[in-house]
Design a protein around this ligand. Structure first.
Ligand code: AFP
Length: 333
């Protein structure tokens, strides 16, 4: 089976964009390197003695795992190499990271270096999520406001999934393509070209322990799924909850489904659970590029104008017809 390497894929993608300078290709190659290095750290597991908590908290007020900080450092180090970034922002850092003196790139990189890290101690899949924005024209030293762009402004989005195999899934606006890491050669190989989300699904993903906190629309949708064939949907549904968004989105890209983390009575003070700029927006770009939908329940996620770097948001994404149904239930509230 002759497969294309991600380097070959990125070069061909660049050739198909008239006027492309090759800068984004170099940036993406550094992101690929970051994910390979994080994969190595994660796959070593307990052998590295990095399974524990650091005792510190990140800006989210969440306990940091040693691997959270290791993954963040890897992303910072590996993504300076191209000299083509103007700045970076991470779930693990309070403020944006500005590039060393003299480095004046045209792009901004935002990332969650290790999403699902509460799973890492129990060997459940975790991932890295990344989003690339253009630095506003004429801005040399980007300020916080320069990162606060709606998701429709993303030029690239993707994730690495450190699971039974290590995969990288990416979009630059022309569909979604998936790559599997060949540990023998160290190359990501194109194994899942042009991934598509099925319009319909019989599988939903939500943390059921929050049921008493949900808005009525979510309660109605999940209740109808749980009623199964004898209920209004007329068919049985399956449920999954990995507590690792990357794993959930990957499953939905491969076999359809709907993922819901709504703003509810428990997380309303924070505006939701998941972060907009480096979790929801990159996943929303991937889902829409794979012909799914990504919504807050009341509006298209990618059109939200951010007001804060670590802003949280309600997330409903996946199979088109299921997300549309949830949106209809929110409209009927
Ligand atoms: P962690 O990175 O703190 O493990 O959070 C993972 C996550 O942001 C997302 O990947 C999951 O879908 C969601 O949180 C799980 O949240 P619950 O732990 O409340 O189910």
């Amino acid at each position: 089976m002759s497969l294309m390497t991600i380097q070959h894929y990125l070069t061909r993608a660049q050739q198909q964009h008239a006027g492309a300078t090759g800068e984004l290709t170099l940036i993406l190659n550094d992101i690929v390197t970051s994910c390979k290095r994080v994969a190595q750290a994660v796959n070593q597991g307990a052998l590295l003695g990095t399974m524990g908590d650091l005792g510190s908290q990140n800006v989210q007020g969440e306990v940091q795992k040693a691997l959270d900080v290791i993954a963040n450092t890897i992303f910072l180090e590996s993504n300076q190499a191209s000299g083509l970034l103007a700045g970076m922002a991470s779930e693990e850092m309070d403020d944006p990271y500005l590039m060393p003196e003299g480095v004046h790139g045209r792009y901004l990189l935002l990332f969650d270096p290790l999403d699902g890290s509460s799973n890492v101690n129990v060997n459940i899949s975790v991932g890295s999520i990344f989003s690339v924005l253009r630095c506003p024209d004429g801005v040399v030293q980007p300020q916080l406001a320069d990162f606060l762009q709606p998701g429709v402004q993303q030029v690239c989005a993707g994730y690495a999934l450190y699971g039974s195999s290590t995969m990288l899934v990416i979009t630059t606006g022309s569909g979604v393509d998936g790559f599997t890491l060949d540990h023998g050669t160290g190359e990501f190989m194109l194994t899942h070209p042009q991934m598509r989300i099925a319009e319909d699904s019989r599988e939903f993903a939500i943390n059921m322990s929050n049921q008493r906190h949900w808005p009525p629309a979510i309660k109605r949708y999940v209740d109808e799924c749980v009623q199964g064939a004898s209920g209004p949907r007329g068919v049985d549904f399956n449920m999954r909850w990995v507590a690792s968004m990357v794993a959930e989105v990957h499953r939905i890209l491969l076999r359809g489904g709907i993922f819901m983390y709504p703003m509810d009575n428990k997380n309303a003070a924070q505006g939701g659970r998941l972060r907009l700029l480096y979790e929801a927006n990159p996943m929303a770009m991937l889902v829409e590029q794979a012909e799914g939908l990504a919504s807050t329940g009341r509006q298209r996620l990618l059109e939200l104008v951010p007001h804060a770097l670590h802003q949280r948001v309600s997330v409903i994404l996946g199979s088109r017809h299921e997300v549309e149904r949830v949106q209809d239930y929110f409209s009927a509230e």
